[in-house]
Design a protein around this ligand. Structure first.
Ligand code: SF4
Length: 570
């Protein structure tokens, strides 16, 4: 094995915006409608994601005639379809939802514009690809497809033409084809329609492939853009391999490699790329890191089992008790830990975000699934029993929030909507539940529920936990896990989410400054004021789209409460 291998992960890897948009659309439909959902052709070229979608009752058909259920919904995927085909589809008595990527639509408009002016359309792309079939439909019968400069050189003589690219085309190929087509046309309009996400991905791939001795390209074997990316890498790097899953990596390929670059096609989710990264790390330094690996697995279990999240809840309760001036009660700390552990573990057991769970998830949620569920239930029962010993005013709300949290992943009886169908419901419910056990319960128990300090602590805890939950949503979305609008980030969009997080941070900081200025527990206010800056660092970290692995992201997010507790520790 190489002594030290430099591993670089492409910053452009992961779903492209068009694929993300299409997946979000079908997931929203699946969530808000009980009707069957079909996509016209596979939504993306990635079998693992397709399997996950199937679990959510979203199936692919090749033709609308395959759908017998007239109450179903059919979705046009990101590649788009020819206008005639769309007309025929809309004439059927079936609801049509268009998930064509806006960047593909832009190509449709470009082709249409020049076709109306009498231009021929030359498309540089793969003539059998769904996107190209769709583009041809806009050329008003004067479309020609060429795969590259060689075919462009054998075009017939044309009076006037518009040359466009399939959005995932290699730029070098497109420009060479345009140069060859210029020789064949009296008047040529060159419309470079390669989309920006593809250009960025290719630019980075070219730069990093040249500097690496092995390039790993991840993506579906039937994905055209992944195949194109692989062709680029093959030309530039001494060795390159195209894989769909991390276990396809031959260990001998990584032997003595000094610089490994991992990139992926537009339909490869980030969580799959992270797995490849972990596998490469394992294969390039397994022997030296066997002890560290064991340690890292223990930590992964602590995070995956939500034990660290429970510790974070205990830490937040401690901070809230300090804010309220309540004596530190071990019973209340335990109540918060058990309550949060129970709900997070139970909800995580129902998560279906990824098709291929890692080792820790397999162990907890597949192999010992029943034991994990039972543990979650017993922890919850213990928390409620503990709440009962603190009086009915603690017991009743604790039981209410726990019941609500346990029911969260399921469809409710009597035709009630699933809680998860409401925008941002996950973040709001989490914030209220934590807010009660971490801040409100200590206030009730201490008898200070009517005091301003308790109101402040409840507001503080609710906002902090809401921010924590939103950050989890961001982290999951960055990893291309399948999440819906139950997350604030998905419901509100990126801009509003970051603005909200920043506004909440400012609001909390202003409160701390005001408290300090009126000499209310000045050292405590100052400590929290400083500790809150961790949030800014964390928010910026996610804003600049750093994609930490799941465990790193969860560790960073939940550490905020432990840092706050340490900053107020006496
Ligand atoms: S590759 Fe580009 S054009 Fe195609 S779906 Fe993705 S973002 Fe849209």
């Amino acid at each position: 094995m190489a002594a030290k291998t430099q591993i670089t992960l492409a910053s452009t890897a992961g779903f492209c915006p068009g694929v993300k948009n299409a997946i979000d659309k079908v997931l929203e439909l699946a969530k808000n409608s009980k009707r069957a959902i079909y996509t016209l052709g596979p939504l993306i070229h990635n079998s693992q994601v397709i399997e996950t979608l199937k679990e959510k009752n979203i199936h692919a058909v090749n033709d609308v005639s395959e759908i017998k259920d007239k109450n179903a919904i059919i979705v046009i995927r990101a590649h788009g379809i020819p206008p005639e085909a769309e007309k025929r589809l809309r004439a059927q008595s079936i609801e049509v939802v268009d998930a064509t990527c806006p960047l593909v639509k832009h190509v449709h408009k470009t082709i249409e514009k020049y076709a109306r002016m009498g231009h021929h359309t030359i498309i540089v792309g793969d003539k059998n690809h769904a996107e190209v079939v769709g583009l041809m439909g806009y050329a008003q019968g004067r479309g020609l497809v060429v795969s590259g400069p060689k075919e462009a050189a054998s075009l017939p003589r044309l009076e006037k033409a518009n040359i466009v690219a399939q959005t995932t085309q290699e730029e070098e190929v497109f420009l060479a084809a345009a140069a060859a087509a210029r020789e064949k046309t009296a008047e040529l309009v060159v419309s470079n329609t390669i989309c920006k996400p593809t250009k960025d991905r290719q630019k980075e791939t070219v730069e990093l492939s040249k500097a690496s001795d092995l390039v790993i390209v991840m993506g579906g074997k039937n994905s055209a853009n992944t195949a194109r990316l692989f062709q680029i890498c093959e030309k530039l790097a001494p060795s390159a391999i195209h894989i769909e899953k991390e276990d396809e990596l031959p260990p001998e390929l990584l032997k003595d490699k000094k610089a490994v670059f991992i990139t992926a096609g537009a339909s490869t989710p980030t969580w799959m790329i992270e797995k490849a990264l972990a596998r490469v790390r394992e294969l390039t330094g397994a022997k030296e890191r066997s002890f560290l690996d064991r340690l890292s697995f223990i930590w992964t279990l602590a995070i995956t089992s939500c034990a660290y999240t429970a510790a974070a809840a205990v830490a937040l309760t401690y901070v809230c008790m300090k804010l309220e001036g309540a004596p530190i009660s071990k019973k209340l700390l335990l109540l918060a830990g058990l309550f949060v552990l129970s709900l997070h573990l139970a909800n995580r057991a129902e998560e279906k975000g990824t098709a291929a769970p890692d080792r820790a998830k397999k162990l907890l949620f597949i192999r010992f699934k029943t034991t994990t569920r039972l543990t979650a239930f017993l922890c919850g029962a213990a928390a409620i029993a503990l709440a009962a010993t603190l009086g009915w005013r603690v017991f009743l709300p604790a039981a209410f929030f726990w019941g609500l949290g346990m029911l969260y992943p399921y469809k409710l009886p009597l035709g009630f909507e699933k809680f998860g169908n409401f925008p941002a419901s996950k973040d709001i419910l989490t914030a209220l539940g934590w807010g009660f056990v971490c801040a409100c319960a200590p206030g009730i128990w201490h008898g200070s529920i009517l005091y301003k300090s308790t109101h402040l602590a409840v507001l503080f805890a609710v906002l902090l936990v809401f921010m924590r939950s939103v950050m989890f949503g961001i982290s999951h979305a960055h990893s291309d896990m399948i999440v819906g609008k139950e997350n604030f980030y998905k419901a509100a969009g990126s801009k509003l989410t970051y603005l909200t997080l920043f506004a909440m941070f400012l609001f909390l900081e202003v409160i701390m400054v005001l408290l300090k200025n009126i000499a209310w527990k000045p050292s405590l206010a100052a400590a929290i004021f400083t500790g809150l800056f961790y949030y800014v660092a964390l928010t910026l970290f996610f804003y600049f789209r750093k994609i930490p692995e799941r465990i790193t992201a969860e560790t960073l997010i939940d550490s905020q409460f432990l840092i706050l507790a340490l900053s107020v520790w006496k």
